[in-house]
Design a protein around this ligand. Structure first.
Ligand code: ADP
Ligand code: MG
Length: 463
């Protein structure tokens, strides 16, 4: 019938526009590596900011004492404390608390946001049990992971480049966020040293020496990796003894003519808080997948009457379909797709769908999630190529490729199984079975927060 025919047209076009052939992914991986070089060469030379973190002491496992961390993500905010017991004791105990950030604070003033954070931290400290020991006379030391682009001036200070992921707090751009948070802490009567961090990488390295990079696939997406200082022409000032430093790529802002961008992506970007920016993030990360999905459904409802004669009102509301809902529908294993049916009803008020319609819905999830996963895989291969080539040069010819571990964090990768399986299989597809054996993705089991505490430890003023 005509509905089916019109649906087919839209679906075929979607599939075509979202196509990510292995050839295209290889071009993207190469483009990522090229942009990495450019961003390291000079400030402003690439869409990738390649921010120098001044983190040159990654944790070794010898750290001891009580440390704290703050992790401000796109959705959640975590505070944690960890008691480290040195080489033998490792992580003796840890506790954390997670608070979701009230939406009005994401678009309000910076004082409100930072006061909210500082008071949550104060409450957390007040609840400290006796099994956590802070020697008398010692200040609390805190690592702070901030998942927005920060240009660091030193390990303890950094200015915010821009907000991303639905945050829009004007007053803070260009200001020293670490300093601001410190001031908010002082307003709460807290005495803490704060340093900004590349937590996931540090957390990964603490557990595994072969960790060379960290990737976040959560509300937003970003990556950081360890670079040799001689490969950073834009570096000014003293070089660290270790000869290495951590680079915060800010890869969410990556952009390339090879990226498969559809009309849905274009419209999403145009209507976003940051048009023209974070294009890769808008194709890949959890904040946006459900929204792209919604836009495809809306077009099908309007042009092909996929849900009957009227367009469901809730489908018109931006961000009404979140990625966890999309993921639940995508994983529906029941023969008649009951989960899809229930979610459509609960979330969008759409009832009485045919099995054929529900199959179309799942197919859209599949196209969008896999495009995202495959693009993320291409980015990872880009880093592997950049890091691997340097290691190739350093290594005697003929030996096996060195093991390279990518520490992974983020709710999208952690909970969306079809997505994470696709990331892994696509890395194999791009690199080939043999080369990909030496690339391991490890879920950073305690997330970026603990890494921040570990960095507070490896940069401790008392060690
Ligand atoms: P943050 O980005 O705030 O640090 P997380 O790393 O926990 O937080 O990521 C949260 C994001 O992960 C959500 O915005 C959502 O996009 C995605 N996510 C969470 N749960 C699921 C799920 N079950 N399926 C798919 N995506 C999910
Ligand atoms: Mg996070």
């Amino acid at each position: 019938d005509t509905v089916t025919a019109r649906v087919d047209v839209v679906m075929r076009e979607l599939e075509e526009r979202c196509a990510t052939t292995v050839g295209k992914l290889r071009q993207l991986a190469d483009a990522m590596a090229v942009e990495m070089h450019a961003g390291l060469a000079a400030e402003g030379a690439s869409k990738l900011k390649m921010l120098i973190s001044y983190v040159d002491n990654l944790p070794t496992g010898d750290e001891e004492g009580l440390f704290y961390a703050l992790d401000l993500g796109g959705t959640n905010f975590r505070v944690l404390r960890v008691q480290l017991g040195g080489k033998e004791g490792r992580i003796v105990r840890q506790e954390f608390e997670e608070v979701s950030i009230p939406p009005h604070l994401m678009i309000g003033g910076s004082d409100e946001l930072f006061d909210f954070i500082a008071s949550a931290l104060a409450r957390f400290i007040a609840s400290e049990g006796e099994d956590f020991h802070l020697p008398t006379g010692r200040q609390r030391e805190l690592g702070f992971t901030f998942s927005f682009p920060v240009r660091q001036i030193s390990i303890g200070s950094g200015t915010l480049v821009k907000w991303t992921k639905g945050f829009n707090i004007d007053a803070t751009v260009g200001e020293d966020v670490v300093g601001e948070l410190s001031r908010a802490m002082e307003r709460q009567g807290l005495d803490m040293r704060v340093n900004d961090t590349i937590g996931t990488l540090a957390g990964g390295r603490y557990h595994d020496k072969d960790v060379v990079a960290a990737v976040i696939l959560g509300t937003g997406t970003n990556a950081a990796y360890v670079e040799r200082v001689e490969a950073i022409p834009k570096w000014q000032g003293l070089l660290p003894k270790s000869g290495e430093t951590v680079i915060n790529m800010e890869w969410g802002n990556f952009r390339s003519s090879h990226l498969p961008i559809t009309e849905y992506d274009q419209a999403l970007d145009d209507e976003s808080l940051n048009p023209g920016e974070q294009i890769y993030e808008k194709l890949v990360s959890g904040m946006y997948l459900g929204e792209i999905f919604r836009r495809v459904l809306l077009r099908l409802a309007r042009e092909a009457a996929l849900f009957g004669e009227t367009v469901p009102a809730k489908l018109e509301i931006p961000f009404s379909l979140r990625t966890p809902i999309m993921s639940a529908m995508h994983h529906d294993k029941s023969p008649d797709l009951t989960v899809v049916s229930t979610k459509l009803n609960e979330v969008l008020g759409i009832s009485n769908t045919s099995l054929q319609t529900r199959k179309v819905v799942v197919q859209i999830c599949d196209i969008i999630a896999k495009r995202s996963a495959r693009l993320a895989a291409a980015g990872i291969v880009g880093i592997v190529k950049k890091v691997g080539r340097a290691r190739d040069n350093a290594r005697e010819g003929g030996s096996q490729l060195p093991r390279m571990v990518i520490a992974m964090d983020g709710g999208l990768y952690e909970h969306y199984m079809i997505f994470s399986e696709s990331v892994q299989s696509t890395i194999k597809e791009i690199l080939g079975e043999e080369a990909s054996d030496s690339v391991v993705i490890k879920m950073a089991n305690d997330g970026s927060g603990i890494g921040a505490a570990l960095l507070a430890a490896s940069h401790s003023h008392y060690l």
